[in-house]
Design a protein around this ligand. Structure first.
Ligand SMILES: [Zn+2]
Length: 401
């Protein structure tokens, strides 16, 4: 069997590129400079790619194996490239963000630089490679419209058999991968409710319809619905985060507006919530004489779900890199991940990579000003990707079932 040890991985270059991207973070679809760095590195390695074909500033590289027993089996690997609108805290790090108010606080700089190294390593093994590897550098994971959604609509997944991504985290020790079968990230759907009543002098409530009172009953109804009607083993959150009603002390409110977000781990649960919230609002408004508009995002970010076949395949290839038992369990996150759109098209796998280093203070949650990672973990991420491809380049049994 081919092993990653045959691959050329230059760790100092990996760190240099990560720092370069970290210093020049860009938002959403506007990752022009970052995608130029990717193209420059792919050019240097003689790897062919298409820029902008599947979405603005996207870069999709293709490495076609030249081994005698090559097949059309195609593994896609994905890295996201965008940063966040956060001002980075100055901890004296020489590679602090040069773009004020913008920061790589979710590790996408590490994802992109690891993927450049993976592409170079696989290109170096082209003569021995028996499959095709499609490497996707994606803009706009953090905001909408989602990069993954647009790239999928433009056909990026049409000629691939499966897709794999890595997300760094500062929970697990440096270099420790984590993975699981089944759901990895919640489905996420924002909602808003507008309740209309009829305003009247506070002294004559019987002549009006109190929108605030209806809003409160709906708020309470949501809490009861969650605690009394939901399976406790099917976790879900419905957070009402704003509620506004009325504008004066002596007149009942004729409008009550609420906004919030739903997080759940099964697409079926969201359909149940849609139906149940609709019924709750209409029961309350019918009872008290009001009307309402309930809007739950018609195109919510779907749940991200790891394929069981790919999970077992990942355990097998990782054992070659780390020895047995090297992969920690990955717990599902209530945060969204737009990788879910690729997984709607083909089986997918997300694995985590620990980058924690308590001594250096690299133990902060993602999306915070003082987030940073132990760069020493990245080389393991590259090896895990490369070995996944080398172990499974002849196909993965059960994938198409
Ligand atoms: Zn992220």
């Amino acid at each position: 069997m081919l092993t990653y040890t045959m691959a050329q991985i230059d760790e100092s270059e990996l760190i240099r590129i990560r720092r370069d991207i970290h210093m020049h973070p860009e938002l959403g679809w506007d990752v022009k400079r970052t995608s130029e760095v990717v193209c420059r590195e792919l050019d240097r390695a003689g790897i062919s790619y298409e820029r902008d074909r599947y979405g603005r500033n996207s870069v999709v590289a293709l490495i076609e194996g030249d081994a005698e027993d090559r097949t059309d089996f195609t593994i896609a690997l994905r890295a996201d490239m965008d940063a966040l609108p956060i001002e980075e805290a100055d901890r004296g790090q020489p590679y602090i963000s040069r773009n004020s108010g913008v920061m790589h606080a979710c590790g996408h700089d590490a994802h992109t630089s690891m993927m450049i190294a993976v592409a170079k390593a696989l290109q170096g093994l082209k003569n021995l490679l028996a499959c095709r590897v499609k490497i996707i550098f994606q803009p706009c994971e953090e905001s909408r419209p989602s990069g993954a959604k647009i790239l999928c609509e433009n056909g990026v997944m049409d000629d691939v058999d499966c897709i794999v991504m890595c997300h760094v985290n500062c929970n697990d020790p440096c270099g420790a991968p984590s993975c699981c079968s089944g759901v990895t990230n919640a489905c996420s759907a924002p909602f808003s409710i507008r309740v209309h009543g009829e305003s009247v002098h506070v002294a004559s409530p019987h002549r009006g319809k109190d929108a605030l009172a209806m809003g409160v009953r709906i708020y309470e109804g949501i809490q009861l619905m969650l605690s009394r009607e939901k399976d406790p083993f099917d976790p879900c959150v419905i957070g009402v985060c704003t509620m506004h009603a009325g504008n004066t002390r002596a007149t009942n409110a004729d409008l009550c507006e609420m906004t919030g977000s739903i997080r759940c781990f099964r697409d079926g649960t969201l359909s149940w919530i849609r139906e149940r919230m609709q019924r709750l609002c209409s029961t309350v408004c019918e009872d008290m004489g009001g009307t309402f508009e309930l809007t739950i995002d018609p195109e919510p970010l779907p749940c991200a779900i790891n394929s069981d076949v790919l999970y077992r395949a990942f355990l097998r290839s990782s054992e070659t890199v780390l020895g047995p038992g090297g992969v920690l369990p990955l717990l599902p996150s209530p945060g969204g991940e737009d990788f879910a759109y690729y997984e709607k098209k083909k089986p997918g796998l997300l694995f985590g990579l620990g980058c924690r280093n308590d001594e250096k203070g690299f133990n902060r949650p993602a999306h915070t000003r003082d987030w940073d990672i132990d760069e020493g973990a990245m080389i393991t991420g590259v090896r895990l990707f490369v070995q996944f491809v080398l172990t499974h380049m002849h196909g993965i049994e059960g994938l198409k079932a």
